[in-house]
Design a binder for this molecule. Structure first.
Ligand SMILES: Nc1ncnc2c1ncn2[C@@H]1O[C@H](COP(=O)(O)OP(=O)(O)O)[C@@H](O)[C@H]1O
Ligand SMILES: [Mg+2]
Length: 428
C-alpha cells in the first residue's frame, strides 16, 4: 500500500473537512480487542477499510476484509460464529438492502454490532436501519478517518456502554472446581468464538490461574488494585499476561507477603477498564464473602455458581442465590454448575434434589474425573488441550455458549436484529 494512496484517501474529497477528520482522529484512543469482519462489494470500500486496519489505533483489533457483500456474510455465518463487529457493504437500493439484511440477521448472534455501508444517501433507509438495531449507516465513499471514528464511536466513546460482558465465577465452597471451570470456560470462549477474553484472578493470595495457564508474570492484578488511580487501557495492557492468541490473564501474585484487605469498590475500576478493552471478562472470584466480593458479584453481567452435590454446598448455594436475587432484582438468576459428581462411595444429593429447592436447572453436570483434571492442572494446560474428545470438554463448550448468550451454531436463534427486522413493514 503506497503512502500516496493513504494520503489521497484522507484528503479526498474536501481538504478542509478531511483535515478536521484527521485532527479528530488524533484524539482517538485505540480501539479495543474486538474481532471485525468486513464484507465488501467494491474496492472503493474494501481498500480504506483495509488501510484503517493498519492504523495504530486499530492494532489490538482483529480485522478480516472479505468480498461478496451480504450474501457472502450470510453464507459464512450459517456455520461460523459471528465477530463483535460486522461491516457490510451493499450497492442494493434501500428496500432490497433491508431484505438481505433481514436474511443475514437470522444467522447472526444478537451480540454482534453491525455497520452498514450503502451507496444511497436515503433518510428513510437510515431510520429503518437504526430502528432494526444497526449501529451505524454510512454512505460510500469513505475515508479511513470515517471508518476509524465510527468504530471508535461504537466501542470506545466514554459515553458508549462498555463493550465487554463480565462473567463472575464463584464456588459454593472452597475446592469445588470454580476456578478450573472459570479458566476453561474463558479459554473455550476465546478459541470457539475467536473472541478476546481477559481472565482476572481475584484470589490474590492463593489464585491458581497462573498455574493453570502456565504463566509467571512479574505483575498483575495486585498492581491494579493497589494503585487504582493509575489504571487506564495502557496500564492494563502492561499488566496482562498473554496466554494464547486471544486470551490474556490478570494474574494474582499468589504470595502472602502482603495481606489483601480491600474496600468494597477496590476492583470496580480495573473491571471497568478491562470491560472496555475486551468483549469478555472472566472474573475468578474466591470463595469468601466480604464487601468487595459482594460488590463484584453485584456488578457482574453473569454469575456462575459451582457446587458439588453435598448438603453444605446446597445450603450455601441457596443462600447465594437468595442474596443475589435481592442484590440484583432485575437480572436473571445465576447459572449453576454441579461439579465433581459421582465420587466413588460418596453419598450424594441427586441432581433433581439439588436443583429443586433452588429453582434452577444446572447448566452442566460434570463428573468427578481426577485423571483428566489432575493431568491438566499438573501440566499447566486446559482440559481441551489435554483431551479434546472428553465429554467434560463438550460440557465446558456448552457452558461457554450459554454464558455468552450464543446459541449452538446449527440451531442459531433469530437474533434481536432479525426479529425486529421481521416485524418491520418495508413501506416507504
Ligand atoms: N470434575 C472434577 N473432577 C476431578 N477433579 C476436579 C474436578 N473439578 C475440579 N477438580 C480439581 O479440584 C481442585 C480444586 O479446583 P479449583 O478450581 O481450584 O476449585 P475452587 O476454585 O472452587 O477452589 C483442583 O485440583 C481441580 O483440578
Ligand atoms: Mg478458586
Amino acid at each position: 500500500m503506497s503512502n500516496l494512496a493513504y494520503e489521497t484517501d484522507l484528503q479526498a474529497p474536501q481538504q478542509d473537512g478531511d483535515r478536521a477528520g484527521r485532527e479528530a482522529m488524533d484524539s482517538l484512543r485505540p480501539v479495543p480487542r474486538i474481532t471485525i469482519q468486513a464484507f465488501c462489494e467494491s474496492d472503493g470500500v474494501s481498500k480504506p477499510i483495509e488501510r484503517a486496519g493498519e492504523d495504530r489505533r486499530m492494532f489490538k483489533a482483529h480485522l478480516k476484509v472479505l468480498m461478496g457483500g451480504m450474501d457472502a456474510a450470510a453464507e459464512l455465518y450459517q456455520t461460523a460464529s459471528t465477530p463483535n463487529l460486522i461491516i457490510l457493504e451493499s450497492k442494493s437500493e434501500p428496500r432490497e438492502l433491508l431484505e438481505s439484511l433481514g436474511k443475514l440477521a437470522e444467522v447472526c448472534d444478537p451480540t454482534s454490532k453491525v455497520i452498514v455501508i450503502g451507496h444511497y444517501n436515503d433518510v428513510w433507509l437510515y431510520r429503518e436501519l437504526m430502528k432494526s438495531g444497526v449501529s451505524e449507516y454510512m454512505v460510500a465513499p469513505l475515508t479511513i478517518a470515517d471508518i476509524i471514528s465510527t468504530i471508535y464511536g461504537i466501542f470506545v466513546d466514554p459515553d458508549a456502554p462498555p463493550i465487554g460482558n463480565s462473567i463472575a465465577f464463584i464456588g459454593a465452597k472452597g475446592g469445588v472446581g470454580s476456578s478450573t471451570i472459570a479458566h476453561n470456560v474463558g479459554w473455550a470462549v476465546s478459541s470457539l468464538f475467536e473472541n478476546e477474553v481477559v481472565v482476572a484472578d481475584l484470589d490474590l493470595a492463593f489464585g491458581t490461574a497462573n498455574i493453570n495457564f502456565d504463566q509467571d508474570p512479574a505483575q498483575g492484578i495486585a498492581e491494579a488494585v493497589f494503585a487504582p488511580e493509575r489504571i487506564d487501557d495502557v496500564y492494563l495492557d502492561r499488566l496482562l499476561a498473554q496466554c494464547s492468541e486471544r486470551l490474556s490473564l490478570l494474574a494474582a501474585p499468589s504470595t502472602l507477603e502482603r495481606v489483601y484487605d480491600f474496600d468494597a469498590d477496590a476492583f470496580s475500576q480495573i473491571i471497568d477498564v478491562a470491560q472496555r478493552s475486551a468483549p469478555i471478562v472472566v472474573l475468578d472470584v474466591p470463595h469468601v464473602w466480604n464487601g468487595w466480593t459482594k460488590s463484584v458479584l453485584q456488578q457482574a453481567d453473569e454469575i456462575v455458581i459451582t457446587a458439588t452435590p453435598e448438603l453444605a454446598n446446597l445450603r450455601n448455594t441457596k443462600n447465594l442465590v437468595d442474596t443475589l436475587k435481592k442484590l440484583r432484582p432485575n437480572d436473571s438468576p445465576p447459572h449453576l454448575i454441579l461439579n465433581q459428581c459421582g465420587v466413588p462411595k460418596r453419598p450424594e444429593i441427586t441432581v433433581d434434589d439439588f436443583a429443586d429447592p433452588l429453582g434452577l436447572m444446572p447448566l452442566a453436570v460434570i463428573p468427578f474425573e481426577p485423571q483428566l483434571f489432575g493431568n491438566a492442572a499438573n501440566s499447566g494446560r486446559m482440559l481441551a488441550e489435554t483431551d479434546a474428545q472428553s465429554d467434560i470438554v463438550k460440557s465446558i463448550y456448552e457452558v461457554a455458549h450459554s454464558v455468552t448468550g450464543r446459541s449452538e451454531p446449527k440451531e442459531k436463534k433469530k437474533s434481536g436484529l432479525g426479529s425486529i427486522l421481521g416485524k418491520l413493514k418495508l413501506k416507504k
